[in-house]
Design a protein. Sequence first.
Length: 200
Amino acid sequence: MQLGLEEFREIERKARALRPIDGGFDLNAGIIWQEGVRPPTDCDEFAREAIFVICNSGMKHTVARGIFDRVMRAIARGASAAEAFGHPGKAAAIDHIWENRSKLLGEFLSQALDDARLEYLGKLPWIGSVTKFHLAKNFGVDVAKPDVHLVRLARAVGKPVNELCRELAEQSGYRIATVDLILWFACARGIIDKGALQAA
């Protein structure tokens, strides 16, 4: 499979034309956000993003959003996340992050380089080897998340995920994280042929 700038721009055009489904993800708003995202400066913001990534891990966005909202209401009352979320490991991780949010934000911001920030996030409870990329992207680190869609696409193209996204970022003028977002959306919504990806 070939994926240069011309093919990427066509994928982007088709993806931007799709409307969100049932209040789901809006790619056009997502591109604007991803291009301008910066590291958090507020410890509550830091914790909310980490908690959302934990809630979102392994779930559909719409399901995760409901869990996240219930968890944040419980935390606002001073209760444990376990009151709103039946997953003991994730609930304990959420409680730890919320209780230590000021310290964790300070430690994150003390990491000078993107690579160090990425590795730091990977040490947070219930943030794994893939979800650390998700959280890092939300905190302004310019990386691609090697999720199942991007891994299949990169395999079909014959390059590692970050290399593919970096090359397209250099050619398009987007951030690496934004290229990731566009390609992820295109894969998830079937713009990129799933048959070609599964055969790779």
